[in-house]
Write a protein that binds this ligand. Structure first.
Ligand code: SF4
Length: 415
């Protein structure tokens, strides 16, 4: 059976890093027809270049077009497909039955994947999609391994499953929380619903979720509206609407045994560092299991070094583990500092993503799994040696020759 590690790519650069760190395939959004309007989606020109880049490496690229279509979306979508079809993408991810049927009729050459948004939870639905000519189903996240095994026996199309990342508190993303809580009518004029965001309704099912389930909430009594009563489940408060993050890295063998072909990492909004490091862990885990070995605890612990919520194995196993987080804060010990843009004969040119100080404990991660300390580097900005590099600045690591795709992060632990 062919297995695939599938990573998110919210931009061309993230795609390059995903491939370098071991992804077999990536999924991207294209402006207008993805479930991530706010992500740095690709333009059509970038998509054409990205497909060529992927194919040069012998890898695959899928395009997400899984909004819930209203009549007004149909004509623009059909125009969009006309432009995408000649590019040779390896699949379109679609959730709308009408659009699947239309695509099969007009573009039978484009491979179709049924999105997890379609909530495919049983073998008859899978058989139906198989007859329709779909080649892959992204299973609903709410399925157990036993149910997936039954589906595998019933159909021969490819099965894809989420193995890592954020989960919706609502059933496979069918949710109106974001639409409700970002509705401008709920706010006073000029008020913002969250820092830095303008006020407009953000529809989760049109690719624009504000992740309202992860916000912190208070209780307000009708007659004392200016008195916010804290909700406390633990000393950290509450996150009543928030789900833990999925993490199946140590259990891929069990997912392989029930016939899943593609292992999907969530997170087109995540940083280059997140995509690279999570992909690196899953590449190692998948390769280890294919050799009949177990992934090393050291590499698995890298999943604790990216920003995340508490982890869970979701619905796959028969247990009653709570999916609700106990700590509303994201766990983000390590900070993404910079990534390598170019190597010269004696130096390394980097792009800063956060502020970097010379006296920080800087660590470099590499695609092959190595990590390396970088003590007191010489930081040069525009020809001047500096103590501090500001976010978004390009800088040179003087006298240090790293490798393409290396990433710098801050290790918060004191030596
Ligand atoms: S608000 Fe939360 S549960 Fe609802 S769609 Fe967005 S991420 Fe999912």
């Amino acid at each position: 059976m062919r297995y695939e590690l599938l990573s998110p790519a919210g931009s061309f650069e993230k795609m390059r890093f995903a491939f370098a760190y071991g992804a077999d395939a990536v999924y991207v959004g294209v402006k207008s027809f993805s479930l991530r309007e706010q992500a740095t989606n690709l333009t059509l020109e970038e998509l054409a270049e990205a497909v060529q880049y992927a194919h040069r490496l012998g890898k695959r690229l899928y395009v997400t077009t899984n909004i819930f279509f209203h009549n007004r979306h149909l004509a623009p979508f059909q125009d969009f497909v006309k432009e995408v079809a000649p590019l040779g993408v390896d699949g379109l991810i679609v959730s709308d039955l009408g659009m699947i049927s239309w695509l099969r009729e007009h573009y039978p050459e484009i491979p179709l994947h049924v999105s997890t948004q379609a909530n495919t939870t049983n073998k008859e639905s899978c058989r139906f999609y198989e007859k329709l000519g779909v080649c892959r189903i992204v299973l609903a996240r709410e399925l157990s391994l036993e149910e997936i095994g039954e589906i595998r026996e019933a159909v021969s199309l490819e099965l894809e499953a989420f193995v890592h990342g954020a989960m919706c508190v609502a059933y496979s993303g069918r949710c109106l929380l974001s639409n409700y809580f970002t509705n401008p009518r709920l706010y006073a004029p000029g008020e913002k619903f969250s820092p830095g965001k303008t006020l407009r309704t953000r529809d989760a099912n049109q690719g624009d979720c504000a992740q309202s389930c992860r916000w912190e909430y208070y209780l307000v009594e009708k007659n004392r509206r200016n008195q916010m009563i804290p909700l406390e489940e633990t000393e950290h408060g509450t996150a009543i609407l928030s789900s833990k993050d999925l993490n199946l890295a140590a259990h891929l063998d069990r997912l392989m045994s029930v016939g899943i072909n593609s292992f999907k990492i969530e997170g087109r909004m995540k940083s280059i560092y997140y995509v690279a490091n999570v992909t690196r862990v899953y590449r190692h885990a998948l390769d280890a299991f294919l050799k009949g070995e177990r992934p090393s605890p050291e590499i698995l612990s890298e999943l604790d070094k990216v920003s995340h919520r508490e982890y869970t194995t979701g619905f796959y196993f028969p247990h009653n583990e709570s999916l609700q987080v106990t700590d509303p804060a994201y766990l983000r010990e390590y900070t993404f500092l910079a990534y390598v843009k170019e190597i010269t004969q004696q130096d390394t040119v980097c792009q800063a993503m956060n502020q970097i100080r010379k006296d920080q404990r800087i660590e470099v991660i590499f695609p092959d799994g190595r990590n390396m300390e970088l003590p007191q580097p010489s930081l040069v900005v525009k020809g001047e040696e500096v103590f501090r590099v500001q976010p978004n600045e390009e800088f040179v690591l003087k006298g240090v020759v790293l490798e393409p795709f290396a990433i710098l992060r801050e290790n918060p632990r004191v030596l």
